[in-house]
Write a protein that binds this ligand. Sequence first.
Ligand code: MSP
Length: 514
Amino acid sequence: MSRTFFITTAIDYTNAPPHIGHAYEKIAADAIARYHRLRGDDVFFLTGVDEHGVKIEKAAAAEGITPREFVDRITPQFVSTWEKLGVKYDRFIRTTDDFHEKAVAEVFKRLLDQGDIYKATYEGLYCAGCEEFKGERDLVEGKCPQHETAPQPFSEENYVLNVAKYKEAIRAHVAVNPGFIRPESRKNEILNLLETFPDVSVSRQKVTWGIQVPGDPGQSIYVWIDALLNYVTGIGYGWDEATFKKYWPADIHLVGKDITKFHCIIWPTILLALGITLPKQVYGHGWVNVGDQKMSKSLGNVVEPNALADTYGADAVRYYLLREITFGKDGSYTFDAFRKRVNADLANNLGNALNRTLGILDKNFAGIVPAEQAELSAELKELVAATRDKVEAHMAESELQEALEATWGLLDGVNKYIDTQAPWALAKAGDMEKLGAVLYAVLEALRHAVILVSPFVPTLAGKMWEQIGLDASLESQRWDDLTWGKLPQGTQTKRLGPVYPRIEDELAGAAKKQ
Ligand code: MSP
């Protein structure tokens, strides 16, 4: 039986269309999910949208429509963007889905019945943008640094989650499971925060756009309680126990650094209270900035992923974000860096190696894969094995950038091998046997490279795979297909030209003006 692998992303607020920061997280999760499918794991990739709460209630009111009408307009934009970017999830959850709303209400009632939720007057400062209470230490000059607005004073008779009761258990879990909070740099931050983390209000009197507190129609359930539960309801908790049992606990909750604390403090509190095993890992990725500025509506620098993908292809967006940003750290997007990176790595390096090779193969062997000679394969055979092992080690640590670097190292090695062996000179000298063996080695190395890049740039990989001409589909390839010699002599290749065109200067100019 294959190993299960359950990966989730944060579910995005649907108060506005998706931006490149949302896309970054979904693309990273998709690449990890695809990598695990390649490994042969039984993968479940869950993503979706967070549709309730005051933030969305306000956005709808500003447009003079109901929250339901509002989310019905925005949510399809998330769905279509992920489709365009090749984000291949197994379920897309909306927190307004019936099965989810029902399960959340049941959990709330259970926590109330068993005393993990109690009633109290709750006072504090609330930032609607973050959907979160703020302490003085969270504010800069009295304002929320992320939303640049002053949080509103709040005082209500509320339902409150007893976080204090589970703090010791959370601390112990973190100590015994060193991989629970990743990257390492986030761990101390969370442990410090846990010390002073208060019990949390988990209901709202004045918010009507939410799931009603069972037995108390005057209150709705706090949006974060509602949202966090998507990770279990999304795989069947409360409505499909077999699937839930099969995939839980999650292998990775992939979320941004800003919301890691909700996942490492509030979420474990709920799970411990319910007697459910904690997820194996919460990974807090960094943020995508625009140049050296934070992306924000007020700065007017929000980068929208659809236009970029329409013009340059989904794989360019995917590649840039995963290659340019060290996973776990903040990174930046600029159009110039995007163009340079994509031209160098996708147009020149990846696309060219295959195109050059198939050109010579067409001319000299009618595009048919020739016989191998062990001594001429040795160098690349060793390089692909080393690359495969490096990728495996990096992916085990979610080091996506390093995995890509290693794979592009293989492409560099292939290009270098072509230059050293100089197949055009061999053709000119009429040394067909050696030429054939050199081309075999290059194509076999490229077959490996295509499989290794496929989780990251699936469309380009598919185009290259088609040109190599193997019968089996790229999707059917598994990790042990990364074994030297699986490219059969006699395979009819199909040269279709370069897989990725350079982004030329005129195009770049046009895109910049957008
Ligand atoms: N709805 C909550 C998450 C609930 S999960 C149970 C939320 N939504 S969000 O739309 O504000 O953010 C969704 C995800 O996108 C978060 O993981 C957040 O960190 C991430 N990002 C939002 N802006 C980002 C960047 N500029 N860069 C990278 N990721 C960013 O929080």
